[in-house]
Design a protein around this ligand. Sequence first.
Ligand SMILES: [Zn+2]
Length: 68
Amino acid sequence: MKLDIQRFAVPFRKTSKTRKRMRRTHYKISEAGTTKCPKCGSVIKPHRVCPECGTYKNKEVKKIEETA
Ligand SMILES: [Zn+2]
């Protein structure tokens, strides 16, 4: 079998550092999603039990001992 090197598209020019960096300005990490707890109103992660009051879907799931 012969090696067919020119089978793939080869870039005509080398991508410069500036071009590469300009392209990558769009590569960003999106902000993690947050919601508010319907009971206590604190900012929580979605689909998780509220760490402040221990509720999920308005039901108490976890007992939170209050420290005075
Ligand atoms: Zn809560």
